[in-house]
Each structure stands twice: as C-alpha cells, then as structure tokens.
Design a protein around this ligand. Structure first.
Ligand code: ADP
Length: 161
C-alpha cells in the first residue's frame, strides 16, 4: 500500500457522525485511511460485521483515499499486515483518555514502530456514542441527525424486524 497508511480501528456498531468526522479530518493528513471494522467476538454487536462494513463503506464512498475492511484479532497485527504505521483513535472527553492511553501503551509495547494518533472531533459530535444511539433508536427515538444515512437505515431495519 502507498505512502502514509493509517488504520482507524473500531467496532462501528454503527458508525456515527463523530466517527465520520474523524475519517474526514484524517483523510486530509494521510495518503490512505483504512477503516478497520473489528469482528470482535468479545462484544455482542447489534449489527453483524457485514452490516457494519456496508454502512461505513456507504458513508465514506465519496472520500477517495479511504478503504474499509474487516479484521479479526490484534489491531497492531492487522496494522502490520497492511503496512499501516499509524493508528487513529477518537477522543471525545477526558473519560475516553485513560482507556485509550492504556491501549496505546500496550500497542506500543507490542509494536514499537506503530504510532497512535488521538484525534478530537468537532464539538457537536463529542457527546455521540454508538451505544447511546442504539438505545435511542431502540425506543423509536429520532437519531437521524447523529448518524450517516446508511446507519440510520440499518438501525431502522434492525428495529423494525
Ligand atoms: P471500539 O470498540 O474500538 O471502542 P468504537 O466504534 O466504539 O470502537 O470507537 C472507535 C473509535 O472511535 C474510538 O477511538 C472511539 O473513541 C472513537 N469514537 C467513538 N465515538 C466517537 C465520536 N462521537 N467522535 C469521535 N470519536 C469517536
């Protein structure tokens, strides 16, 4: 893969406008952003990995230097496989920081050549979380302004069935 490749890993259950904001910002800084959708057997996602991939692909379709792939297992191993030297993580509030710092340190211990970048979203997205959006959507609340259209459709399909 060419130039500066950055991996943005996550569960994306579903992708929110906050996640998308991070991708848009970073697409201007790196040659290629790979959004890595984690299969993550430890978590019990609402959307299966194919649904999560499809949402991220549609939401990022107009950004030329973004690819979307699934991955399993250790994030740093996947980063090495695709020759990504950078890991991107979003920081919304101080509450994200402790966990993210711990993970960045563990990842550095496992793969010293990979650098973690923390990116802050626009303030309007700093309160968004996939879990809160799922809770609201489940109770038939309107989440249209918080998620890309593809995510809204996926949530509507899920809760209609
Ligand atoms: P994970 O299970 O790896 O935490 P998530 O999909 O929940 O996966 O989040 C992926 C990344 O996106 C994390 O770094 C998280 O902090 C960040 N993130 C989540 N919500 C937002 C948001 N609203 N704005 C910016 N970054 C976010």
């Amino acid at each position: 893969m060419p130039g500066k490749v950055a991996l943005y890993p996550g569960t994306f259950d579903p992708m929110t406008n906050g996640h998308l904001d991070i991708v848009q910002r970073c697409a201007k800084l790196f040659d290629l952003i790979v959004v890595g959708v984690a299969v993550n057997p430890g978590k019990q996602p609402l959307l299966n990995v194919e649904e999560r991939l499809a949402v991220v692909r549609r939401a990022t379709a107009d950004i030329a230097n973004v690819e979307v792939h699934r991955f399993e297992g250790l994030t740093v191993k996947y980063a090495q496989e695709i020759s990504a030297r950078y890991l991107l993580r979003g920081l919304r509030a101080i509450s994200d920081f402790e966990y993210e710092l711990q993970m960045a340190m563990m990842n550095r211990t496992m793969a010293a050549e990979i650098e973690t970048f923390f990116v802050v979203p626009d303030a309007q997205y700093s309160f968004l979380s996939s879990s809160m959006i799922k809770s609201i959507a489940k109770m038939d609340g309107d989440v249209a302004s918080f998620v890309p259209a593809a995510a809204l459709e996926a949530l509507q399909r899920k809760f209609a069935s």
